[in-house]
Design a binder for this molecule. Structure first.
Ligand code: PMT
Length: 398
């Protein structure tokens, strides 16, 4: 995701500095070459040795250091960066940059770089709300600096509120997004993901093995490429993607209602959700009891086919369906493509290891309305998502 990219990771002095170690690990795992700059205060929380070991580069700490200056120098560090990420960014650090103060190595390199800079702030909630801080952030944002929103929760200072450093995975996601081409800006992409749950009684439901990973990957990738993204998600254990409007639903009927209402705003729709075809005809008010030794029969009734309904109201939208098949992959997928009036269908044989439900990869074929067939190898779902979006860009170009 980040191979060939040089990232300068600035660490300023807050308790969240320990999370920058995990962030560095994620950057390195994603293929980036990472150089770390620490402020003096940051070194009170985590030792440079930890960052040096994980980045395999010396950590830069001093503005005036003969050895460090000869090795790389603050200007060449600023020049070689494709991106600066400052995590955690304290109120003090943001304030200094906003005021044009360059009195240590980190502020000096930020001042000297022409690369984009992403700040991940972390501070006490009262500092976060202080108009002085707000003005500083607004000023930097107006100048084109990027900011992540801190998370809300219990803070190290004992207060509860906004100010926690975003999860390192969310900072990685934002970093990847900053590098992506913005070839989908202007599009509103509606994505469905995850399973639906069809209630049987107060303690049981019918569902399937969908984890939501495929749909969430599409949502993340589309957002990183500049689209406005609306995600309608069944119940999953996944964190909501940054910058995406998420609508949580449980049943197929709820998903239908949300999707049909939101379809009007969208220009492209991906139906990656595994919607239950049937639901119990009646929902028992009390827990169904075991009676005797006999079997139990359930009567199921058909759920609406949301994708078919979208196909009927398609208009100029690009409509992409999925087909989860266990036999006759291409034949069954083509039938769905035609019957549901789709532009593309993503066919996955969910019996193949590494494909389909609840795994991080998928093996898919893209079948088009015009009859073309593109076979993709086993790829991480994030990569599959980008390949699908490449098709959308090509379709738009005609
Ligand atoms: O979530 P993951 O664990 O990452 O797994 C990914 C996935 C296997 C769920 C995904 O790759 C996938 O195949 N999604 C579609 C699953 C499915 O329901 O397939 P289907 O062949 O039963 O349905 C065909 C299409 O009609 C799908 O786009 C589905 O969203 C849609 N549908 C189905 C039934 C229904 N009542 N309404 C619908 O809109």
């Amino acid at each position: 995701m980040l191979s060939g990219k040089t990232i300068v990771l600035g660490v300023s002095g807050g308790i969240a500095a320990y999370k920058a170690v995990e962030l560095l690990r994620l950057f390195v795992k994603a293929g980036a070459d990472v150089h770390v700059v620490m402020t003096r205060n940051a070194q009170e929380f985590v030792t440079p040795l930890t960052f040096q070991t994980l980045s395999t580069h010396p950590v830069h700490t001093e503005l005036f250091n003969l050895y460090q200056e000869r090795e790389i120098g603050h200007i060449s560090l600023a020049d070689r960066a494709d991106l600066f990420v400052v995590a955690p960014a304290t109120a003090n650090l943001v304030g200094k940059v906003a005021s044009g103060i360059a009195d240590d190595l980190l502020t000096t390199t930020i001042m000297a770089t022409k690369a984009p800079v992403l700040f991940a702030p972390a501070m006490n909630v009262n500092m976060w709300e202080n108009p002085l801080y707000r003005q500083n952030q607004d000023k930097l944002q107006d100048l084109g600096y990027h900011f992540l929103e801190p998370e809300t929760g219990p803070l190290a200072c004992g207060w509860e509120g906004k100010g926690k450093l975003p999860d390192p995975a969310a900072i990685l996601e934002e970093t990847v997004a900053l590098f992506a081409p913005k070839d989908l800006s202007g599009e509103t992409i509606l994505v469905t993901a995850g399973p639906t749950r069809e209630e049987l009684d107060p303690v049981r439901y019918l569902s399937n093995y969908s984890s939501g990973k495929m749909g969430y990957a599409i949502a993340r990738a589309a957002r990183s490429r500049g689209a406005r993204v609306i995600l309608v998600s069944g119940p999953t254990a996944l964190a909501p993607p940054c910058g995406v409007e998420v609508h949580g639903v449980t049943s197929a009927l709820q998903m239908r209602k949300a999707v049909v209402a939101l379809a009007a705003e969208s220009t492209v729709i991906f139906k990656a959700a595994a919607v239950a075809d049937y639901r119990p005809a009646t929902v028992a008010a009390e827990k169904i009891k075991k009676e005797g030794a006999g079997s139990l029969s359930l009567t199921l009734e058909k759920n609406p086919d949301i994708l078919a309904e979208l196909g009927r109201m398609k208009g100029e939208r690009i409509l992409v369906g999925f087909a989860a098949e266990t036999a006759d992959l291409v034949k069954n997928a083509r039938k769905k493509l035609q019957e549901k009036n789709l532009d593309l269908i993503v066919a996955n044989d969910v019996t193949q290891p590494g494909a389909g439900f609840d795994v991080d990869t998928n093996i898919v074929r893209l079948l088009s309305r015009e009859g073309s067939e593109e076979v993709l190898p086993q790829l991480p779902k994030d990569e599959v998502a980008h390949r699908l979006l490449d098709r959308i860009v090509r379709l738009r170009r005609g």
